[in-house]
Design a protein around this ligand. Structure first.
Ligand code: GDP
Length: 327
């Protein structure tokens, strides 16, 4: 039986990856943090299914800042593949809590590499890196060779972790890979990310529950893809015969304004009547021209982003409509 361990299983990507691995016949183990407000809503459909939970899906309490417990989970589970998706992933928040961001994202990854190194049969490791490692690159689009130049604490922590994964691959011989993930969204995206915030607000305004949407920089641009395509990329990375780093991106840039227009169009509202900007929501430094070239993933893994930006935003808006109409 193929056995995988997911760190960060309760997040957007972790929950989709768990579904994908279960569909491929894996036994899936997830690491969850013991917090008072543990949100497991993204996994509910799986652990309420008695044919899956505790039969092919198992959850374990551990954390990247608690090495003893994590080591115990690794020793007991003996996974063949580890998907490391855990950590504080909100860039804006990383300016407020830089130390804990680095503790989990940077040091946590190093600790995990050290634990894997000590196991008798080292499992393969996928590390979810981020386009934020590139910061304000001079080269556009970016590829696997682009120099790291992060501009926020989150990007800096990810750059450290990404480089460590490469070091453990090249000098220790671990099968350890970085997926350099550009922004990827879905109806399961956290509400503090801009796509979800906009889709949710457009629907709330449509339903008469809210009147306006307040945003920061609407000219900011990102390369936004569909999270479900990206978790497929994670899995393909570990099925490749050699350990490599890959960029996962769509290669297309859109602005926050484009998200606004698509979401409001989906609910047939005039965005001009409801959207305003507030400079208190501006970031200290914005990355620039973060757009990825997924050519290597296409060539070596046959990976392709399948959903267009317009389809993605309108699907997210429709999902909000179903969710909010039900309450
Ligand atoms: P990030 O790329 O991981 O920072 O993803 P986000 O979804 O949080 O932000 C994407 C972009 O949207 C950034 O450039 C933000 O500055 C911009 N943005 C503009 N208004 C907002 C807002 O109200 N909330 C968030 N989260 N981002 C905003």
């Amino acid at each position: 039986m193929l056995r995988a361990l997911i760190l960060g299983i309760t997040g957007q990507d972790g929950s989709y990856l768990a579904e994908l691995l279960l569909a491929h016949g894996y036994e899936v183990h997830g690491v969850v943090r013991r917090t008072s407000t543990l949100d497991r809503s993204r996994l509910r459909h799986l652990y309420e299914d008695s044919t899956i939970y505790k039969k092919r899906l198992f959850l374990h309490y551990a954390d990247l800042d608690d090495p003893t417990t994590l080591r115990r989970v690794l020793t007991n589970v003996r996974p063949r593949e580890i998907y490391h998706l855990a950590g504080q992933s909100h860039v804006g928040m990383s300016f407020e809590i830089p130390e804990s961001t680095c503790e989990l994202t940077a040091m946590g990854t190093l600790r995990l590499l050290e634990m894997i190194r000590d196991l008798p049969e080292a499992p393969k490791l996928f590390h979810a890196s981020s386009s934020e490692i590139f910061g304000r690159p001079t080269q556009s689009p970016q590829d696997e060779q682009t120099r790291h130049a992060p501009v926020n604490p989150y990007g800096c922590a990810k750059a450290f972790a990404t480089q460590m994964v490469a070091i453990y691959r090249e000098s220790i011989g671990l099968f350890a890979c970085n997926g350099i993930m550009y922004n990827h969204e879905s109806p399961r995206r956290g509400e503090n990310f801009v796509t979800r915030k906009i889709c949710r607000a457009a629907v709330a305004i449509k339903l008469g529950r809210e009147t306006e949407l307040v945003l920061g920089d609407t000219s900011a641009q990102r390369d936004w893809g569909d999270a479900r395509d990206y978790v497929m990329g994670m899995w393909l990375t570990l099925q490749h015969h050699t350990a490599e780093d890959f960029i996962f991106a769509t290669g297309r840039l859109h602005s926050v304004q484009d998200v606004v227009e698509q979401a409001f169009k989906t609910v047939k509202l005039n965005w001009q009547d409801h959207v305003r900007t507030d400079e208190r929501l501006l970031r200290r430094t914005e990355p620039l021209r973060l757009v990825g070239n997924p050519e290597k993933a296409r060539r070596l893994l046959g990976w392709e982003p399948k959903t267009s930006f317009e389809e993605l935003i309108s699907e997210m808006t429709h999902a909000e409509l179903s969710a909010l109409s039900a309450v």
